[in-house]
Design a binder for this molecule. Structure first.
Ligand SMILES: *[C@@H]1O[C@H](CO)[C@@H](O)[C@H](O)[C@H]1NC(C)=O
Ligand SMILES: *[C@@H]1O[C@H](CO)[C@@H](O)[C@H](O)[C@H]1NC(C)=O
Ligand SMILES: *[C@@H]1O[C@H](CO)[C@@H](O)[C@H](O)[C@H]1NC(C)=O
Ligand SMILES: *[C@@H]1O[C@H](CO)[C@@H](O)[C@H](O)[C@H]1NC(C)=O
Ligand SMILES: *[C@@H]1O[C@H](CO)[C@@H](O)[C@H](O)[C@H]1NC(C)=O
Ligand SMILES: *[C@@H]1O[C@H](CO)[C@@H](O)[C@H](O)[C@H]1NC(C)=O
Ligand SMILES: *[C@@H]1O[C@H](CO)[C@@H](O)[C@H](O)[C@H]1NC(C)=O
Ligand SMILES: *[C@@H]1O[C@H](CO)[C@@H](O)[C@H](O)[C@H]1NC(C)=O
Ligand SMILES: *[C@@H]1O[C@H](CO)[C@@H](O)[C@H](O)[C@H]1NC(C)=O
Length: 794
């Protein structure tokens, strides 16, 4: 480090001779309080002593950004950007080093953006260093209060370290410096990985480059030396892995490691002696330009053309946002028309073969038997849920949209098939020919005509049936009571199954998925549409209800439709047997996700999102359903995760089967120990607030990634909600969560919400609507009282 800065200083004079294309003020090593910069005009930046680096404004798509760039070379090269999650700055913003020592951007609209967090201490002096580090010093002129090197964005400079728990995020594009879709993560366990940053959890399956140093222990950091040596070092002493050998030229050279817009890591070298020379790449994480997973978004795929990665949409798809590949592709026809036969011209949908060796993230929902490509193709054509199929030679994997991480890889010998909806113009003679734009337009028009005529027919039918129904009012009522079953399916799209059918679907109740408070769940596959399902065989005590009541209940449940609730697909009410057919959730329960696999523990933002998902689901049950539903048993085991990491509540509505009037005082405690609200024990009326209490406990578990009771811990930590309150009171919340990526203010907010939810007095607990608003951060959260302060005995 010391050597590198002396080298940098040595060409101080030399840099000044370089042709500058920007308006740069005289080099000014230290910035004093009261200084300011504007995006346009004479002074847009503060320079380092040699003039090599500058801190200030630069243009980006839609306005300006504030950050650090290399000023001493012809083209602006940004190495650090402040507040990448805020909107581009307008041309009348001001960057100020205030008289009380804060670094802020003032915007005319009134919001002030704070660039640096110095922990409330005003900095005495700011300094742009020749190393590319921007530093704020305390009044002793030595103590560093804040430095840009501690907050890397997409670039690592010589002397800067990416320490455990930190990450680099790529930019959106070369001209837009906000956070893009790739992430380089220096993990606590010593592993260095690149992932797509698309809001899905950092599961190992999505990494596309890694250093192969897992479990090498704590305190591993990525380092870059002044001779281009890039390596992982533990405890600042032990070499874990050398990514480059180093030993490159030190003099008049800049090295920087960057996670580029395409997700590839590149170590750039810049010859400062030779102004005509551009950056050269001396190390690259992958030579495959299409390696970055998600580069082409959902339903798109990547191929290399003229030595550059290019995206293309699957046949029958179009870019969502032309020019932004990562936004992915969408169909030009919707799948809702799947069933409509195409009159005399043949079938409406057909399967098109994708380029050889296509592969995508496997999330098959069904695996029908198929011995060849044609049979697999047919299985998908005949199933309206199916959008694509992958025939691997051994299996036929049916898939819904979106298709994630579509790739064309040499190592695969799969046949990828995608369903293409052919409008009337297609004579099906040449299915592999992707429709040209012109043909597509013609089709779209024709399609519109079909759609409009279908819609008018539908309206007519509706009107007609309305008249008939009105006329035969009395008759209809009678009918319903006689044929509850039939009516039900038509009403809510539920399907009735016989016990024998379900026996077949589950292959004789062979594969057990889990056991819940209401019964045992088995895996099954239903045909037409082919689909994996979960079949829940209810306990006998639940089956005591009469057939009518059971069906009424199913009707209520079947009407609930929300993205955070599992969907009831059908049921069986056959003699004494009561079974439910539910959506199959590929990722198991929240309990699995939180407690079982330490490595795939969801990251902080993911956890916040899961909490919000659950809150939305409960809110819907309480306030947006026709009849409010109290769940009575909210716990991680009853929250299931779908393939995209979306949390869905299951088992709702079943509590009601046990006892009809839920608002009555109950003698029989339902729900699960530890999650049930105190009023169950106190024989108080049971209201929606029991779910709010359970949600509070689950929220604590999600935030802390531990069970609500863990007797392997010291006694004061064993009961989670008590431990949480203790930490909250002593202002030591950091003891609860030891992840590095936790945002402390969010943590405090979440804990406060949890404490409100777990108040002993049900009337103090907020409604689920309020909880959602608090989680979303739209309302202020008052200081919660001690949850157990409510000591009244009833
Ligand atoms: C700022 O931008 C607006 C339009 O966005 C333009 O009208 C105005 O002249 C600009 N001001 C300066 C000082 O460049
Ligand atoms: C700039 O500030 C640093 C740290 O306070 C100090 O060591 C250095 O002497 C200052 N340089 C100048 C030229 O004032
Ligand atoms: C590095 O330091 C940590 C704690 O600071 C220690 O647990 C670990 O054993 C050290 N690693 C090596 C290889 O000495
Ligand atoms: C990595 O580099 C260091 C420093 O040059 C060297 O001591 C070490 O042996 C290297 N390790 C490997 C595996 O090459
Ligand atoms: C850079 O240029 C200077 C002056 O022209 C020269 O003395 C020096 O050797 C050059 N450095 C390198 C690494 O070529
Ligand atoms: C450097 O890059 C610019 C723009 O990308 C290009 O026009 C120029 O030819 C390049 N120069 C060299 C020496 O490659
Ligand atoms: C339509 O699909 C059926 C099977 O679903 C197939 O046998 C038939 O050949 C198809 N017809 C055309 C014209 O593609
Ligand atoms: C794809 O694979 C099939 C069979 O393996 C082969 O006949 C065909 O020529 C291949 N197509 C291309 C474009 O390579
Ligand atoms: C049917 O396909 C042929 C060639 O593939 C094409 O010339 C003809 O226009 C198509 N028919 C319609 C109605 O588009």
């Amino acid at each position: 480090m010391a050597t590198s800065s002396s080298h940098l200083a040595s060409f101080l004079s030399f840099v000044f001779t370089i042709l500058f294309t920007f308006n740069i003020a005289k080099a000014q090593s230290n910035v004093t309080r009261g200084s300011s910069l504007r995006p346009t005009g004479a002074t847009t930046s503060w320079l380092s002593p040699s003039g090599l680096y500058a801190f200030g404004f630069y243009p980006q798509t839609g306005g300006y950004a504030v950050g650090i760039y290399i000023a001493g070379i012809a083209e602006r090269t940004v190495v650090w950007t402040a507040k990448r999650d805020t909107l581009p700055l307008s041309n009348d913003s001001t960057l100020r080093f205030t008289t009380d020592g804060r670094l802020v951007v003032d915007q005319p609209q009134g919001q002030q953006i704070s660039i640096s967090d110095t922990g409330g201490i005003g900095a005495a002096v700011a300094s742009m260093k020749d190393s590319g580090n921007f530093v704020l010093y305390d009044s002793d002129q030595r103590t560093i209060l804040w430095q840009s090197f501690d907050h890397p964005t997409d670039t690592l400079l010589v002397g800067q370290r990416l320490v455990a728990g930190q990450a680099l995020f790529s930019c959106v594009s070369v001209a837009d410096y906000s956070i893009g879709i790739f992430k380089l993560s220096m993990q606590i366990d010593g592993h260095l990985l690149t992932f797509p940053n698309l809001g899905f959890p950092d599961v190992t399956a999505t990494q596309y480059w890694w250093s192969n140093t897992p479990d090498t222990g704590p305190n591993v950091a990525l380092n870059l030396d002044s001779d281009g040596f890039l390596y992982l070092l533990q405890n600042s002493t032990f070499y874990i892995k050398n990514l480059t050998q180093g030993g490159y030229r030190r003099e008049d050279a800049i090295y920087r490691l960057k996670i580029d817009v395409d997700g590839i890591l590149r170590l750039y070298f810049r010859d400062l002696n030779n102004t005509g020379q551009n950056d050269s790449v001396i190390w690259v994480s992958s030579t495959d330009k299409c390696v970055g997973r998600g580069l082409c978004g959902v339903n798109g795929y990547c191929y290399v053309m003229n030595d550059a990665a290019t995206c293309r949409c699957l046949p029958g798809f179009d870019f969502v946002k032309p020019g932004s590949w990562s936004s992915g592709c969408k169909r030009y026809y919707t799948a809702e028309t799947c069933k409509i036969p195409d009159g005399d011209k043949g079938n409406f949908s057909q399967m098109t073969r994708l380029p050889n060796n296509t592969y995508w993230e496997d999330a098959a929902y069904a695996l029908p038997k198929a011995s060849n490509q044609e049979e697999c193709s047919l299985a998908c054509t005949n199933d309206c849920k199916c959008e694509a199929a992958l025939f691997t030679g051994q299996s036929c994997r049916l898939q819904k949209l979106p298709l994630l991480y579509v790739q064309v890889r040499d190592s695969e010998s799969n046949v990828g098939l995608i369903k293409v909806y052919v409008a009337s113009v297609n004579n099906g003679s040449n299915p592999t020919n992707y429709p040209s734009d012109q043909v597509r337009k013609v089709r779209q028009v024709k399609f519109l005509v079909i759609a409009v005529s279908l819609a008018s027919v539908a309206v007519l039918v509706l009107l007609l049936s309305g008249v008939i129904m009105w006329r035969s009012h009395v008759w209809a009522y009678k009918k319903i009571s006689e044929h509850v079953n039939v009516q039900l399916f038509e009403d809510v799209g539920l399907r009735g199954f016989s016990y024998a059918e379900l026996e077949k679907i589950t292959d004789g109740f062979k594969v057990e998925l889990g056991r819940g408070s209401f019964g045992i769940v088995y895996k099954g596959i239903i045909e037409s549409p082919m689909k994996m399902v979960a079949v829940k065989k209810l306990k006998k005590e639940l089956a005591q209800e009469g057939e009518r009541e059971f069906q009424t209940e199913m009707k209520v449940i079947g009407r609930t439709y929300h993205r955070n609730l599992t969907r009831l697909l059908g049921y069986c009410c056959d003699g004494p047997e009561r079974l439910l057919v539910l959506e199959y959730m590929t990722r198991g329960s929240l309990a699995d996700v939180l407690f079982h696999y330490k490595e795939s523990k969801p990251c902080w933002t993911e956890r916040i999102r899961i909490a919000l998902d659950i809150a939305h689901g409960i809110f819907y049950l309480h306030e947006e359903c026709e009849t409010p539903i109290i769940h009575c048993d909210i716990k991680p085991q009853n929250i299931l995760m779908d393939e995209y990491g979306c949390a869905k509540i299951s088992d709702f509505g079943l509590a009601k089967l046990l006892e009809h009037d839920q608002t009555k005082t109950s003698t029989l405690i339902r729900g699960t120990r530890g999650y049930v609200a105190p009023e169950w024990h106190k024989k108080l009326p049971i209201t929606v607030k029991v779910d709010v209490y359970s949600f509070g406990i689950v929220l604590f578990e999600i935030l802390c990634c531990r069970r609500k009771f863990d007797n392997s811990l010291p006694s004061d930590e064993a009961i989670l909600e008590e431990w949480v309150y203790e930490c909250y009171e002593t202002d030591e919340l950091f003891k609860l969560v030891n992840d590095a990526d936790v945002d402390r203010r969010t943590l405090e907010r979440m804990i406060k919400i949890g404490l409100w939810c777990t108040q002993e007095d049900p009337s103090l607990r907020p409604s689920m609507k309020k909880v959602v608003l608090m989680l979303e951060g739209t309302v202020k959260i008052p200081i919660p009282p001690n949850p157990t302060s409510f000591l009244s005995v009833v």
